[in-house]
Design a protein around this ligand. Structure first.
Ligand code: TMP
Length: 203
């Protein structure tokens, strides 16, 4: 494993990925391990502008436009990724697997198109490890209800998110060594320590 890995947190709405990435960032901070934490869409200044456009409840782009906007946001993030890849530990809240799972498995956008553009954008940037957070349908519904405000991508029907989650799991099965599946229906403390144990091995 590389000394400064690129680590991704994936999962559908309510799966707890953002909680876990923040916890890992705090842990690295305490250990004085230089790292950056990004999110997609978003991260860099320009990418955050594109995020607002995509997720705005008043937007009604078609699925291909959405794909191109998510990839445009990624393209802007690559400035930061290229700058820090292998120089600092990089934590990302969502990355390529989100695009494949939401746009292809969820919305039916052509998979090859996604792969070709990602390959062009990423070049030598490689993901070292992914924590895939999963959640049951009922817990997802409960957790979404607790949110103060919902964005455009929080409002699909339940079966959409089930298809997206199945997509994530399919991707994880293809390369088992590079994924740890975190079942967010289980005790959060146990999950936090499972993740930190793995982080200790990765860094
Ligand atoms: P967030 O709420 O975790 O910040 O994610 C924003 C939404 O964007 C979430 O519903 C997943 C979606 N998304 C895609 O559909 N495709 C992508 O490539 C990315 C990065 C996110």
């Amino acid at each position: 494993m590389y000394k400064k890995p690129l680590i991704v947190f994936e999962g559908i709405e309510g799966s707890g990925k953002s909680l876990h990435i923040s916890n890992v960032s705090r842990y690295l901070h305490k250990k004085k391990i230089d790292h950056i934490k990004l999110r997609e869409p978003g991260g860099s200044l320009n990418s955050e502008k594109i995020r607002k456009l995509i997720l705005n409840n008043k937007s009604n782009f078609n699925k291909d436009t959405d794909l191109l906007l998510y990839l445009a946001a990624r393209s802007e993030n690559l400035v930061l990724l290229n700058k820090y890849f292998r120089k600092k530990v990089i934590l990302i809240d969502r990355f390529i697997d989100s695009t494949i799972s939401y746009q292809h498995y969820g919305l039916g956008v052509n998979l090859n198109l996604i792969k070709v553009i990602n390959k062009y954008l990423l070049k030598n940037i490689k993901i070292d490890f992914t924590f895939l957070n999963t959640v049951s349908k009922n817990n997802m519904i409960k957790r979404l209800k607790l949110r103060k405000s919902l964005n455009r991508y929080d409002k699909f029907n339940e079966s959409f998110y089930q298809n997206v989650q199945k997509g994530f799991l399919k991707l994880a099965k293809k390369d088992k060594k590079k994924y740890l599946i975190i079942d967010s229906n289980l005790d959060v403390k146990t999950n936090k320590s499972l993740i930190i144990d793995k982080i200790d091995k990765l860094i």
